[in-house]
Design a protein around this ligand. Sequence first.
Ligand code: CAA
Length: 287
Amino acid sequence: MYTVDGVETVGVVGAGTMGAGIAQVAATAGYDVVMRDVETEFVEDGLDRIDDSLGRLVSRESLTEATAAAARRRIDGTTDLADLGDADLVVEAVLEQMDVKQDVFASLDEITPEGAVLATNTSTLSVTTIAAATERPGDVVGLHFMNPVPVMEGVEVVRAETTADPTVSLVDDFADSLDKTTWESADRPGFVVNRVLIPWVCEGIRAYDEGVASKEDVDTGLKLGTNAPMGPLELGDHIGLDVVLDAAETLHDELGDKYRPPVLLERKVDAGHLGKKTGCGFYDYAE
Ligand code: CAA
C-alpha cells in the first residue's frame, strides 16, 4: 500500500454504504479521512459499518488487527462540511439527486483548498452537470466505486466534458493506491457499468414477473449460465431496489423507452421492500 503524493487528507461526503466503504478503503491505504453526513446518527451508523467490515477482513486474515485498528484511527466522523476544509481529495456519495449533489459541490468549491480534486460517486447522473455547480469544473470527476467497496476491485472513472487531464490522472493514481483497477467512461447516462447492469437486473425482474421462470431459476440461470456471482434479482436486492429504480429512471429519461423500469420494481419500492437493507426484497433476509 502507498499514498499518492499531495494527497494526505481525503474527505468523504455521505456515510451510507458507499461512503463508509470509500472512507474505509482510503483509511486502510494510509490516508487521513474525514467522513461527513448530515446527522450524527448517520455518521455513527457509517462508523459501525466500517467496524463490521474491518472485523470481517481481520477474521478472514485479509488485514491484521493492527492495520485495521490504524485504519479506524485515521477516520474522523463529522456533521460539519467545513471540517473537509483540509481535504486534498473529496469523494461525494450522497443521495442520487442532482439538486442535492449540486448543493454539496457548490459548498465544497468554497470550502476546499484550490486544486483539491472533487469526485462524485454518482452511479448514473451527469458528472458535467454536477461540475457546473462549481467555479472549477476542471477539478471535478466521476469516481464510481462498486458495492461492497472493500471487496470489489473495479472503480469507474468518469471524465466529464470539463474534467482536466491531471484530475483524471490523480484519481487513477488514487484508485491504484487503494489496490483498485480503473476503467474510463465518458459522461453518458449510466456510464459503462450501469448502462449495461441496470437493464440486466430489470430484465431479470421482468422475466420473473412475466412467469418465464421462478425468481430462483432466473438467478440460477444467470449465475450458472454466465458465471456471474449473483443473479439479477439477488443483485437487485444487494444493490438496493430503490437505487436500481433511481438508476433505471435516469436511464429511461435520458436514453428512451427500452430502459423503462419494470412495474414490479416500482411496486417493490412502493412497498418499502428494498432488498437486504430492509430485510426483504425479492428474497427474505429476516434471518
Ligand atoms: N466488507 C468486508 N468483507 C466483505 C464485505 C464487506 N462489506 N462483503 C463481503 N465481504 C467478504 C466476506 O467476508 C467473504 O470473505 P471470505 O470469502 O474470505 O469468506 C467474501 O467477501 C465473500 O462474501 P460472502 O461469502 O458473504 O458471499 P459471496 O461469496 O457471495 O460474496 C459478494 C459476496 C462479494 C458481494 C459477491 O456475491 C459478489 O461479488 N457479488 C456481486 C457484487 C456486484 O456485482 N457488485 C456491483 C454492484 S453494481 C454497483 O455497485 C454499482 C452501482 O452503481 C449500482
